[in-house]
Design a binder for this molecule. Structure first.
Ligand code: SAH
Length: 387
């Protein structure tokens, strides 16, 4: 097996429980090529374990096993079985959920989502890409899907020198798959939908929102109507807004399919529409804000914070006393405390008294790996405007 020797700093990082070693901490590479599984050693030859090796990414080494756990022929099957067993144990009332969440399942850079009888995979490093035939074999063996789609179009693949490509790896994968989340049925397009088709990480937050929702509601940044459809049974009327015509068409299809005549979809820019609603004196009992990641990198944090501040300030003003705001940020670069601070500033500027009812994160099928802060990205606050 090829050997990669890393620096003292890299060694300390691995021993502190972080699986990534940056290129600047790689001292020597003996015989490793793109996507190999390598033996990793410290600067004095201490065995640190086994890792995926990349020749292109800044993350040159992704640890997958400790020194006594050399990956054998059934590596993929064993890891996928463990990941699937954990999801099974959660007994979700849903037919769509994440089966493998990268680092948190000791399978860095591999994503596997389940949509009913179909699986959608993403290979986000050279090693996982090279292993796709073995991964496909293991997935078929463990989960017996009707089809497997590779949604290998995320831009991060370019950093690995991998092309963007969407293709069926096994069986057939239709353009419309019907899945269920609690009482809501969705029609999902795994080939073209955002992410792998649905925002699965918000499933439990959609369920939580239902517990508080009532009256006149606004679901801003709705995509295919996830929050709107989840809360509709408790609300008189829900306005779902998205800037994408394709998303709005999905909201309408899903609302009709679920018989939710009280969900109305509008193709608009949320920033403009919140301003307009405020101007006309509109009031709501429930508002959901689930924008895309405003801070895709550290340089974008300042601008992102002002975006979060603006939409939260306007939403708090639009709420009636007693109203509920479900506000989310999926920017990894905006920490939980930064997000709470921004929303607190918004409440102060709105001269509103607001209580924090629940502090939530991504669903349990996307577990946060302690010591790997990058796996904690989604924040979801449920707030109540007291006065
Ligand atoms: N709430 C959804 C996920 C939302 S993803 C769910 O639970 O599934 C973010 C959505 O915001 C995307 O659909 C994107 O099209 C939309 N979007 C991005 N910028 C926007 C803007 N300025 N105004 C309205 N929608 C926007």
């Amino acid at each position: 097996m090829p050997v990669v020797t890393i620096s003292r700093k890299g060694e300390e990082r691995v021993q502190a429980g972080h699986p990534w070693v940056y290129r600047s901490d790689v001292q020597q590479v003996d015989g490793a090529v793109a996507g190999d599984i390598v033996r990793v050693e410290g600067p004095r030859g201490r065995p640190l374990g086994f890792a995926f090796f990349s020749t292109r990414s800044e993350i040159a080494v992704r640890m997958v096993a400790g020194p006594g756990e050399e990956p054998s022929a059934d590596f993929w099957r064993t890891r996928i079985t463990a990941a699937a067993a954990y999801r099974e144990s959660l007994r979700f009332d849903a037919t769509a959920y994440r089966v493998v969440y990268g680092e948190a399942d000791r399978l860095p850079s591999l994503i596997v989502d389940r949509y009913g009888d179909h699986l959608v995979v993403q290979a986000l490093s050279q090693a996982v890409d090279r292993a796709l035939p073995a991964i496909t074999h293991a997935l078929v063996d463990v989960l017996q899907p009707a089809g497997i789609l590779a949604r290998n179009d995320p831009r991060v693949r370019l950093l690995e020198g991998l092309e963007q490509r969407v293709e069926a790896l096994y069986g057939t994968v239709p353009e419309a798959i019907d899945v269920r989340e609690g009482a809501v049925e969705y029609r999902v397009d795994p080939w073209r939908g955002q992410k792998t088709g649905l925002f699965l990480d918000q499933r439990e937050n959609r369920e939580a929102a239902l517990r508080y929702a009532r009256g006149r509601a606004l679901d801003a940044f709705s995509y295919n109507g996830g929050f709107a459809l989840a809360i509709a049974p408790r609300c008189e009327h829900v306005t779902a807004i998205d800037i994408s015509a394709d998303a709005v068409a999905r909201i309408r299809t899903n609302a009709a399919h679920n018989g939710r005549a009280n969900v109305e979809a509008r193709e608009m820019n949320v920033f403009d529409e919140l301003r307009e609603l405020q101007r006309t004196g509109a009031q709501f009992d429930t508002i959901v804000l689930d924008p895309p990641a405003f801070a895709k990198n550290k340089a974008a944090v300042r601008k992102a914070l002002s975006g979060y501040k603006e939409i939260n300030l306007r939403a708090i003003k639009l709420l009636r006393p007693g109203g509920v705001l479900v506000t989310c940020s999926c920017s990894y670069n905006v920490s939980e405390s930064m997000f709470v601070d921004i929303v607190s500033d918004a409440a102060a500027d709105a001269r509103a008294e607001v209580t924090l009812v629940e502090k939530r994160t991504q669903g349990r099928d996307h577990p946060i790996l302690l010591n790997v802060p990058e796996t904690y990205y989604l924040k979801c606050l449920i707030l109540r405007k007291v006065a």
